[in-house]
Design a protein around this ligand. Structure first.
Ligand code: FES
Length: 266
């Protein structure tokens, strides 16, 4: 052995399916290579000026620049539709990290996408409860109906189909998320009708929340900018199934222990 680092063989780590293909890393169908043919490697001057102004607004909300990395990744995803080398470099410059460090973060979370995304990202939950309740059948039905594999986008650029992990809406299984808005208690038939409506531009209103905007508009909201959709502040966020336990608890006079009382602060 030698301590001369330059004499050592490089260590190459394999990321993605079979390695870190989990809810947080690359999904099993997802491209893991961030440098795609045709991907942007830099921004034109006017785009850069706009991104700089937005980044300044985002950075102002955080005590440390690097704390703003997650919303900044959503910002560049709003610009490009996915995480590009240009987006990685921009974020790295803004927060003072290396491109490798930004890439490590971007590839850890499945909400940051590795490839172009259609106007509507349709995520079919195939985690345990949704799968049992029909999520797998819905995903297969949509693949056949749309003519794309999981991770693929329809030719018109309207819909990108993927399967997603549990989104904590198991009480409405099986669920589909359209740009992160919930469509509950789906069936293969309702799912086909849903994507047909999206492709017509006739965007349905979910049982909870308001009608989804486009993927890029959604990404801008996730970056922390105002949500311009009508009624978004008054839309229901919890439905009957989620509130059933709370209702029973109230009927029976059950309450959580008061954390201020001695012995309740575990
Ligand atoms: S398993 Fe589908 S939302 Fe939880």
């Amino acid at each position: 052995m030698t301590d001369d680092l330059t004499a050592r063989e490089p260590v190459l780590l394999s990321f993605g399916p079979g390695a870190l293909g989990t809810a947080f890393g690359a999904g099993p169908d997802e491209q893991v290579q961030l440098v795609r043919p045709g991907a942007r490697t830099s921004y034109p001057t006017d785009v850069l000026a706009r991104l700089d102004a937005d980044a300044t607004a985002i950075l102002a909300r955080y005590p440390q620049p690097r704390s703003a990395l997650l919303p900044l990744l959503h910002l560049v995803q709003a610009e490009d539709g996915y995480i590009t080398p240009a987006g990685i470099d921009f974020c790295a410059d803004v927060v003072g990290l290396t491109g490798a460090e930004v890439t490590a973060v971007a590839t850890f979370y499945s909400m940051y996408r590795r490839g172009p995304t259609g106007d509507y990202l349709v995520g079919v939950c195939t985690n345990t409860l949704c799968a049992i309740m029909g999520g797998d059948a819905i995903e297969s039905a949509l693949q056949e109906h749309l003519g794309v594999e999981s991770g693929g986008t329809t030719d018109d650029g309207a819909v990108t189909l993927e399967h997603v992990e549990c989104n904590a809406a198991c009480d409405y299984a099986p669920v589909i998320m359209v740009n992160w808005e919930f469509f509950d208690n789906q069936t293969p038939e309702s799912a086909r009708a849903l994507v047909d409506a999206l492709r017509r531009g006739d965007v349905p209103t979910p049982a909870r929340g308001v009608a989804p905007c486009t993927f890029r508009e959604t990404e801008r909201i996730l970056a922390g900018f105002p949500d311009p959709r009508d009624g978004v502040d008054d839309a229901p966020s919890a439905g009957d199934a989620s509130l059933a336990g709370l209702r029973v608890a109230h009927e029976k006079g059950m309450y959580a222990p008061d954390p201020e009382l001695p012995g309740n602060r575990e």
